[in-house]
Ligand binder design. Structure first.
Ligand code: NAD
Length: 460
């Protein structure tokens, strides 16, 4: 059992395993991708139960966001692995004739994946797919806050993989800090910017590379040129999926003053349509992960003016889907990532002010713009910076494997999903090969008289 060994022992075992070169074989990687696929498929019900126990996660949300997407990414990796791992030819300048060049991906070695609690299964298994595909050994540290999913992950991984290849280590900040003392070949972290800084500082001691998938306040601009009903529905869906505990959820709305009243009517209508008059009784609405997070969010309910929602039930860890008006930028709800079912609405009269507000904040993970106006779309893309952008919808960009997913600045470093996951866990080694059959002496000493010729040649 993994837990009987010390952290250093497990890292040592994985280093030894990696040095056998077994994980570099493509057939080995394919076999392990099939094993992880089988592990997810065979344990689907247990995973759904754990997510229900941790977050009261509705089955549809759990199946789509944590199971199907993972299976699709595994299938994609299986399908493309041979192509992804092939060395790619690179151009060589004519003056180096007859040399040839290629770029050859190689695994990084032993990698550490640290997860967050909001999609506790998917957020560690998706990067694991990239780590396996690229040929690494992996230690996973799931979030201790999603207790049931963490326990299940440890059980499943131990059943399907040997710990010298893939191991799960459960625990909180203390365990992570012990892990961070070890030297890894890459650290993939999902979580808050504050802990991201701790991870990056620890990695720097070993010059270990990092991927940091962080969070932040994602703005959602709503212009006047929209389909009102579809806009309202897409905002409510993306915001209240998993009770707002989604890193790419719209954090706050920036609404054109001219359309605000109409939008509010539609948002309210939509909320009722989705969750009924009593969302607490809806089977389609998740719960807040812990008491601590519940308390933090409850405080936000004391700010601004509640348009709809605002109810909270501590024993149930329930917070109603809430729309907040009249919030000031100085209110705590606008000073940190909300990460819960509360949506502040701020109006603007000039889009330049909305853009200036976004640019006065740290770069977000996602930015949303609802507008059919192509010039406005172009302007917002041009004048703002964010990990990703989704036009006229919310959170869907996460599910598109061909779009590398990650932040910029405060919202993260690096990206993954699809081929980007393979790239993240690979080193692209540049290889130049010069055959022996030709050896022009122009570059060798003695240099006398050679410079004019060499200068001519280098221009080729
Ligand atoms: P967190 O930063 O509190 O915890 C993440 C991980 O770090 C956990 O495994 C935890 O055990 C560990 N940890 C916590 N404190 C630590 C410390 N002091 N030292 C070392 N390790 C520590 O984040 P969270 O609360 O689990 O998740 C919420 C945050 O994650 C939000 O900011 C959210 O936006 C972000 N997030 C980002 C993504 C993404 O893909 N970009 C996805 C999900 C969540």
């Amino acid at each position: 059992m993994v837990t009987e060994l010390s952290i250093s022992d497990i890292v040592r075992q994985q280093c030894a395993y990696f040095s056998t070169d077994k994980t570099k074989e493509i057939n080995f990687r394919l076999e392990k991708l099939k094993t992880i696929r089988q592990a997810v498929a065979e344990n689907k019900q247990a995973i759904l139960q754990a997510l229900q126990a941790d977050l009261h996660k509705p089955e549809l949300e759990a199946v789509t966001a944590e199971i199907i997407f993972v299976l699709k990414e595994i299938d994609q990796a299986i399908k493309h692995l041979k192509n992804w791992s092939k060395p790619k030819k690179a151009a060589v300048p004519l003056y180096l004739f007859p040399a040839s060049a290629r770029i050859q991906p190689e695994p990084l070695g032993v990698v550490l994946i640290i997860g967050a609690w909001n999609y506790p299964f998917q957020l560690v298994i998706l990067p694991l797919v990239g780590a396996i595909a690229a040929g690494n050994c992996t230690i996973i540290k799931p979030s201790e806050i999603a207790t049931h999913t963490s326990g299940l992950l440890a059980e499943i991984i131990a059943k399907y993989f040997e710990p010298a290849y893939i191991a799960v280590l459960e625990g909180g900040a203390e365990t992570t800090q012990k892990l961070l003392v070890e030297k890894f070949d890459h650290i993939f972290f999902t979580g808050s910017p504050d802990v991201g800084k701790i991870v990056m500082a620890a990695a720097a001691k070993h010059l270990t590379s990092v991927t940091l998938e962080l969070g932040g306040k994602n703005p959602c601009i709503v212009d006047t040129e929209i389909h009102l009903e579809h806009t309202a529905r897409r905002i409510i869906w993306g915001k209240f999926f998993n009770a707002g505990q989604t890193c790419v959820a719209p954090d706050y709305l920036l609404v054109a003053q001219k359309i605000k009243e109409k939008l509010l009517v539609n948002l309210e209508k939509c909320l009722k349509e989705f969750y009924g008059d009593y969302p607490e009784t809806s089977p389609d609405y998740a719960r807040i992960i812990t008491q601590k997070h519940f308390d933090r969010l409850s405080n936000f309910l004391k700010q601004g003016k509640i348009i709809i929602g605002g109810e909270a039930n501590q024993t149930e860890l329930y917070i109603a889907p809430t729309l907040l008006d009249d919030v000031s930028l100085e209110d705590p709800v606008m000073q940190s990532e909300i990460f819960g079912p509360i949506l502040p609405i701020i109006e603007y009269t000039d889009i330049a002010d909305a853009i200036a507000l976004i640019n006065s904040q740290p770069k977000p993970l996602a930015l949303y713009l609802f507008s059919q106006n192509k010039n406005l779309q172009q302007r917002v893309l041009q004048e703002t910076s964010s990990g990703g952008v989704c036009l006229n919808d919310t959170i869907l960009q996460f599910n598109v494997s061909s779009l590398p997913f990650g932040g910029v600045g405060n919202s993260g470093v690096g990206s993954y999903h699809g081929k980007a996951s393979f790239d993240t866990f690979s080193h692209y080694k540049s290889v130049l090969h010069n055959p022996f059959w030709l050896d022009i002496k122009l570059r060798y000493a003695p240099y006398k008289g050679k410079l004019p010729w060499l200068s001519q040649l280098l221009k080729l």
